[in-house]
Write a protein that binds this ligand. Structure first.
Ligand SMILES: Nc1ncnc2c1ncn2[C@@H]1O[C@H](COP(=O)(O)OP(=O)(O)OP(=O)(O)O)[C@@H](O)[C@H]1O
Ligand SMILES: [Mg+2]
Length: 455
């Protein structure tokens, strides 16, 4: 478990997100509070509820980006949902609980993979033994031609039991990869039974029952005999052994505890389910979604196929542009469960310059790397970057303000010709300066109709 201090969390976020100090600070505190709670004595621990957060800000200023980066930062189970998905036709009622089930599912998968990694060494050893058994059937040690070969190599090893020494020789060859390309017959289990798919999981999943698992054990196991290279056989058998070695009961229990104690759910686009007018139509279902969401956020027990999950201490971070609706349009009970409100600022030219160049994944760096694969070196002058940022501000204010997303459309248009011709370009070094930006973009930016369609 990575236990970063709030300052360290902000520093990590700074690598990808420019500005938005307050939002970073709030999520950092919330994250650290999870850790703090776990250090508190047990009685009090249960009393400390997470302080859920709503991130409010115009489109394209880094709300979702903060969530994405946060997910990589913490070892806590993390899951992101779009609130609007629950208002779609067919997603009603109990389905809101699916976010908890998905979070548990993710966590189980993650823990399983980690455990398999831990037993990998052991599983590899076991796989070697099984392959050796296949190569050297115990009773008839002369039956395969490989053992004949080994016999020939090993004669002269007087003294030791010939069969063990053969096995040891063979083991050495196996480990050093000398047998890699040799083929053997292997029983491969084929678990996919097409019939099961018909049931899908709609509705049934809700009850926390997994039809596939249940039927999986009833169905005859499909084992196929296949010829495989020893190299692949080792991998296949090791995977199988690793799966056997993992204690699934322990994984399930651990996953549930982890989700209950440190799970984080990011509900994006929460403004899409906020609405004041209690009229007919889809509006009704918006409030319905909020009502369904409420018990989960307040703390309830959700059945999952791995067991019951209590949601009392899961941290919820919601986010929304709140252009049309306001946080106060959420039903009061839900508002109360999100006590922390943070506003993200809209971005200006200075931020755009930094966003273009500073983050680890900055757009300018991305295009440089892409074109380098064609042997073309592009370089952006400082005034070019400033020009792009200024144009982004201009287009955002003359048409629609889509925040930093504007930079993506501008950059793509700016480099269109170079991207198209890169493989055949004569000039291998291209400097993008303000004049180049002007030439490529100013015409379009100057024409509002064109801008609406192109940028
Ligand atoms: N502050 C920022 N620093 C760095 N990059 C940013 C920032 N804000 C936005 N971006 C860039 O813009 C893109 C869109 O941002 P993001 O997805 O976070 O928007 P959002 O705030 O969630 O908007 P929406 O309300 O439309 O969902 C990101 O992929 C990122 O590349
Ligand atoms: Mg978003």
């Amino acid at each position: 478990m990575k236990d970063l201090k709030p300052g360290e969390i902000v520093k990590e976020l700074d690598k990808y997100i420019i500005g938005q100090k307050n939002a970073k600070k709030s999520v950092a505190i919330a994250l650290r509070n999870r850790w703090r709670r776990r250090q508190v004595e047990k009685d009090l621990q249960d009393e400390i509820a997470p302080k859920n957060i709503i991130l409010i800000g115009p489109t394209g200023v880094g709300k979702t980006e903060i969530a994405r980066r946060l997910a990589n930062l913490t070892d806590s189970p993390f899951y992101k949902v779009e609130a609007s998905k629950f208002t779609e036709v067919g997603y009603v009622g109990r389905d809101v609980e699916s976010m908890i089930r998905d979070l548990v599912e993710l966590t189980v998968t993650h823990l399983k993979a980690r455990q398999q990694e831990e037993v990998r060494e052991k599983a590899t050893r076991m796989a070697e033994e099984r392959i050796l058994d296949l190569l050297l059937p115990a009773s008839s040690s002369n039956s395969t031609n490989i053992s004949n070969e080994i016999e020939i190599i090993t004669t002269g090893d007087g003294g030791t039991d010939p069969s063990t020494s053969t096995r040891e020789k063979l083991r050495k060859m196996l480990q050093s990869g000398k047998l890699d390309s040799r083929q053997i017959d292997l029983e491969v289990t084929d678990k996919s039974s097409p019939m099961v798919e018909i049931f899908s999981n709609a509705g049934i999943e809700e009850m926390g029952i997994n039809i596939k698992d249940m039927l999986g054990n009833l169905m005859p196991k499909n084992t196929k005999r296949r010829k495989v290279k020893i190299k692949d056989a080792l991998k296949l058998v090791a995977q199988e052994e690793a799966a056997h070695l993992v204690d699934m009961e322990q994984v399930k229990a651990e996953a549930i505890t982890l989700v209950e104690q440190s799970g984080i759910i990011f509900i994006d686009e929460i403004d899409k389910i906020a609405s004041k007018d209690k009229t007919h139509g889809p509006e009704v279902s918006k409030e319905g979604v909020q009502r369904d969401l409420l018990p989960i956020v307040e703390g309830s027990s959700v059945p999952t196929k791995y067991g019951i999950v209590k949601t009392d201490h899961i941290l919820f971070i919601a986010s929304g542009a709140f252009h049309v609706s306001k946080p106060s349009d959420l039903i009061p009970e839900l508002q109360g469960r999100f006590p922390i409100r943070v506003e993200l600022n809209s971005l200006g030219a200075d931020e755009f310059v930094r966003i273009l160049t500073e983050p680890k994944n900055a757009l300018v760096l991305q295009y440089i790397a892409l074109l380098r694969t064609e042997g073309v070196e592009i370089e952006f002058t400082e005034d070019a970057v400033e020009k792009i940022a200024a144009l982004a501000v201009e287009v955002n204010s003359s048409t629609e303000n889509i925040g930093a997303r504007r930079l993506h459309t501008l950059m793509e248009k700016l480099l269109e010709d170079i991207l198209f011709m890169a493989p055949d370009i004569e000039e291998k070094k291209i400097v993008i300066d303000a004049a180049f930006v002007e030439k490529q973009l100013t015409n379009i930016v100057g024409n509002e109709d064109l801008t609406r369609y192109i940028l």
